[in-house]
Ligand binder design. Structure first.
Ligand code: P53
Length: 476
């Protein structure tokens, strides 16, 4: 008997812009992902002014799932998935984001994709906004600095909910909405919120304003979704990297508490429908007079999420840096290396027990069902002379995390809906734009320069994960 529930959702997770390609096909508009070049570990992706000649934009073709989805879904079925997490590219539905009518060809693409999944008993799990908002909304409106985004997003959500109400039950609004807690770098503000900062702007204030509009838009979407289909389960999506105190020095502990507040208050608003006291005081202390209306506050109370979707890859650690009594957190500067754990080639600290810790943190605070919608190990895969890929390191990473997830269920009684490892078919890295940072059980022949046959084949981890699913998590 498995410790996991019988209808546990075993899946795999991807995002439209990281695998579909077909960036200018089927009436699709340009998204923020389409103007980001390829980078590397320590080399940020550049954000260009529109699509320029001669640049390498890895998301334009990605792994061309747009044209390969039938053979790919067949492979997903072979793997044994009972759910498939992807996103709906906003720019396929509203190419510019501000049109009156949606693009029928884009809507039809997702009808076809979802039908193809359902044919094999694979349930689609859908993120509405995963780092791929229309670029036009950036150039014309300044992205989520602008309150008008709320209406554009709510309309997009309504169109998707109405169209797919009989095909999709599990939804999420904004992918990793809290990444922008790191507002000092350009990546998260742009991918989360379509924000390009000008010299001298108060980045932090702008981030809080954008996040507020997103939280209101999310709440409106939840309300609309429940009206369209009361069976919908609509969640938030949080990038969970728990921030440990570096030592048992009480000051380190308090710094950790404060850092967790600044990175995860987004969840408080999503789940409870109001701002927590520490955020109200912080915004007031900083003198950030945000545009928050009475109607917004009402909206927030009416669109609380049904579950918490989250990604888990790594944990962080923090020292107090003599920042008391406020202990204000700056994600770009304050984190320190944790000497107790190892890191991936991209510096992501590997910490399976941190997953159990994170699940307990969520459970104690919110008592809502959890859904691990991303977890995985980005690594360089080598093809053996016989053509196989022996990705034991990936199996080791996932096995250790699944064990901890099961302990959280067994010992801590945590209600868990499912588990969808990230990038189970190789795709373009969000952070670096690379192909060589691979997460997949399915290899895709394509390199960082965009060369390759796009042929798909199974790695060793494919057979392993197939057994995991078949045994409902027992055969690890
Ligand atoms: P890549 C940072 C920290 C944690 C998760 O990331 C993150 C990021 C952004 O890089 O993103 C999520 O591809 C995200 C996916 C992304 C995946 O993690 O940078 O939801 O889109 O691909 C892995 O290795």
């Amino acid at each position: 008997m498995s410790i996991l529930r019988e209808n546990f959702l075993w899946g795999g997770a991807v995002a439209a812009h990281q695998l579909e390609g077909g960036w200018d096909q089927g009436g699709k508009g340009v998204s923020v992902a389409d103007v980001m070049t390829v980078g590397a570990h320590g080399v940020p992706r550049r954000i260009t002014d529109g699509v320029l000649q001669g640049e390498n934009y890895p998301n334009h073709e990605a792994i061309d799932f747009y044209h390969h989805y039938k053979e790919d879904v067949k492979l997903f079925a072979d793997l044994g998935l009972n759910c498939f997490r992807t996103s709906i590219a906003w720019t396929r539905i509203f190419p510019n984001g501000d049109e009156a009518e949606p693009n029928e060809e884009g809507l039809q693409f997702y009808d076809d994709l979802f039908d193809e999944c359902l044919k094999y008993g694979i349930e689609p799990v859908i993120t509405l906004s995963h780092f791929e908002m229309p670029y036009h909304l950036v150039t014309e409106y300044g992205g989520w600095r602008n309150r008008k985004m709320i209406d554009f997003f709510a309309k997009f959500a309504r169109v998707c909910f109405e169209r797919y109400k009989d095909k999709v039950r599990y939804w999420m609004t904004f992918n990793e909405i809290n990444n922008q807690a790191n507002y000092a770098e350009d990546f998260a503000p742009f991918t989360n919120s379509g924000i390009k900062y000008q010299e001298g702007e108060d980045r932090e204030k702008i981030m809080y304003q954008a996040a507020h509009y997103e939280l209101v838009a999310s709440a409106q979407a939840v309300k609309i979704g429940h009206e369209i289909n009361p069976d919908f389960q609509i969640g938030c999506m949080i990038a969970m990297c728990p921030i440990y105190p570096y030592s048992c020095d009480p000051k380190d502990m308090m710094m950790s508490v404060s850092a967790m507040q600044k990175r995860y208050w987004f969840t408080d608003v999503h789940v409870r429908g109001h701002y927590p006291s520490f955020m109200e005081n912080y915004l007031a202390r900083k003198g950030f007079a945000l545009d928050i209306t009475e109607q917004d506050l009402t909206d927030l109370t009416q669109g609380c999420v049904d579950y918490i979707g989250f990604s888990y890859y790594m944990s962080f650690a923090i020292k107090d840096h003599e920042k008391g009594p406020a202990f204000d957190y700056d994600e770009s500067k304050d984190l320190v290396k944790n000497p107790y754990v190892e890191a991936s080639d991209w510096g992501w600290q590997i910490d399976p027990l941190g997953l159990r810790y994170a699940m307990n943190w969520f459970n104690e605070r919110y008592e809502l069902p959890l859904f691990i919608v991303e977890n995985g190990f980005g690594a360089i895969d080598e093809i053996e002379p016989d053509g196989t890929i022996n990705d034991q390191y990936r199996i080791d990473y996932l096995k250790a995390h699944i064990e901890m997830m099961k302990e959280a269920v067994e010992f801590d009684g945590i209600p868990l809906i499912g588990y969808t490892p990230w990038g189970f078919i190789d795709l373009v890295s969000a952070g670096t734009g690379e192909m060589k940072k691979r997460y997949g059980f399915i290899y895709v022949d394509k390199d960082n320069e965009g060369q390759g046959t796009l042929k798909r084949f199974k790695k060793k981890s494919f057979d392993w994960y197939q057994q995991v699913i078949k045994s409902n998590g027992e055969a690890l």
